[in-house]
Design a protein around this ligand. Structure first.
Ligand code: FAD
Length: 431
């Protein structure tokens, strides 16, 4: 008999809660990873850097498991079909995994659980990717918070009172299924190719975190940790990072709270995936010009800070947070293009793409989300540049032709666009 531990977005052995439970409670733990066709089939870019990254991490896990005399079973297919096959092949006792909070993950897990139920196999899931989940942070009447500040206060208070201990696997009590290395399908087997995009290294840079509040807003300097992709795929433990952050810098810890806030919002409001958090804002008549959208995607708007951001994203799969806010505001307010278009473009390109944070960030920029910011606040790209890239270092890095005749003229007049955005929002909200 074997028990399965199903890795998903938790690709590490260290402080992996579900894995720890399986390892300490079972006798024969078979690690499993599924390259999920429900997700992969929708990826247009067959050199997607995230797929390459996952593939590398699975190979690393396989090596780490070899030290336990074990390996990882890697399947390519749809989870339900994979489980059907596994149930025929193995005598499965229990399946362990870490909880997911996105609509797709929730429905996938429910289907798998129901299938396992038919054979009396238990599906045991654990909290791992967040410090606090679901209803752990609620207000006095038991409702989820709709606004960040009170949520973060309660989160922090609870965090400070909690004793958070990291867990690790004791090698002298090895309960992994013993096997030679099991071969892993290649990227090519799955219709993909390796990407050449560089993945930021997995390191907790304490010196950086210590001064994070002073440097985080300037895109020309390496003032943020670039841990997004590691949090996304769980190559780092959020508990480990939060414990460090709490010693080093309150502003940094606050960003981790934003991450959980948006996860909680999505969990309680799955409709935000394609609807405005504030329903009235679904009435905005977006202009949705395909031509304008293409200029934005290509970094050819004639607004250098916007273009620099989009070109950084296209080239590296990353964009600095300050610039994400600027380009998102520009798309939704200056060009009056539906935030969902921008959100989908980011989802394709960002290495650190996280449905909840991306959706939250876009709805924030479009003014449709949880934030109380009035819609008539429209970012001015020039004054943002003046504040955050005064010496134009970031702009010159990504838009080398800036200042020459090769650089396009602004595609729209700022003052005109600002007024058009405000009047369009106002009319839609008052109708
Ligand atoms: P750091 O500044 O070093 O922060 C550390 C970690 O804290 C991040 O990796 C992230 O997990 C979390 N974090 C930081 N800021 C935020 C925030 N505002 N909201 C939620 N979590 C935060 N973040 C994503 O992880 N995935 C996304 O798909 C995403 N899309 C965004 C879209 C828009 C329009 C905007 C405005 C923001 C988006 N963010 C997203 C939030 C933020 O821009 C990124 O988390 C951050 O830039 C990642 O860089 P970093 O790892 O160096 O972050």
């Amino acid at each position: 008999k074997v028990s399965i531990f199903w890795f998903r977005r938790d690709l590490r052995l260290e402080d992996n809660r579900g894995l720890y439970h399986a390892y300490t409670q079972e006798k024969n733990v078979l690690p499993l990873f599924i390259f999920d066709r429900e997700i992969l089939d929708d990826l247009e870019d067959k050199t997607d850097a995230r797929v390459t990254f996952i593939h590398q991490q699975i190979q690393r896990l396989s090596q780490e498991l070899a030290a336990f005399g074990s390996s990882i079973l890697v399947k390519y297919g749809k989870p339900l079909e994979v489980y059907q096959e596994l149930m025929e092949k193995y005598d499965i006792l229990n399946v362990y995994t870490n909880r997911d909070y996105e609509p797709y993950g929730i429905s996938r897990d429910l289907e798998v659980k129901n299938l396992l139920d038919t054979k009396g196999i238990q599906f045991l899931d654990f909290k791992d990717q967040v410090i606090f989940e679901k209803e752990e942070i609620v207000n006095g009447s038991g409702d989820f918070y709709k606004v960040f500040t009170p949520y973060s206060r309660v989160w922090l208070d609870k965090f400070q009172k909690a004793t958070i201990q990291l867990v690790s696997l004791n090698p002298s009590n090895n309960t992994f299924f013993q096997t030679d290395a099991i071969s892993i399908p290649s990227l090519e087997d799955m219709g993909f190719q390796a990407s050449s995009i560089q993945i930021p290294p997995l390191e907790i840079n304490q010196a950086l975190i210590q001064k994070y509040d002073q440097v985080r807003n300037f895109p020309a300097i390496n003032g943020t940790t670039r841990l997004g992709i590691h949090l996304r795929f769980g190559t780092i433990s959020v508990r480990k990072l939060a414990l460090e952050a709490s010693k080093l810098n309150a502003t940094y810890l606050n960003e981790l709270i934003w991450r959980e806030f948006y996860m909680m919002i999505l969990y309680h409001n799955p409709q935000v995936v394609d609807k405005a958090f504030k329903p009235a804002y679904d009435e905005i008549p977006w202009r949705n010009s395909e031509e304008d959208f293409q200029k934005w995607c290509d970094g050819k708007t004639g607004f250098p800070i916007v273009d620099a951001g989009m070109r950084e994203l296209n080239a590296t799969g990353y964009m600095h947070n300050r610039v994400r806010m600027i380009v998102a505001s520009f798309l939704t307010k200056h060009l009056l293009i539906d935030w969902r278009w921008g959100e989908a473009y980011f989802a394709k390109k960002l290495l650190d793409f996280e449905l909840s944070s991306n959706n939250g960030g876009w709805q924030w920029a479009a003014g449709t989300g949880t934030d109380a910011q009035p819609y008539f606040r429209v970012f001015n790209p020039d004054s943002q540049t003046e504040k955050f890239d005064k010496e134009l270092k970031y702009i010159k890095k990504w838009v080398p032709e800036y200042g020459t005749s090769a650089y396009p003229k602004p595609m729209v007049d700022h003052k005109f666009a600002r007024e058009r955005a405000i009047s369009t929002y106002k009319e839609a909200l008052n109708s």
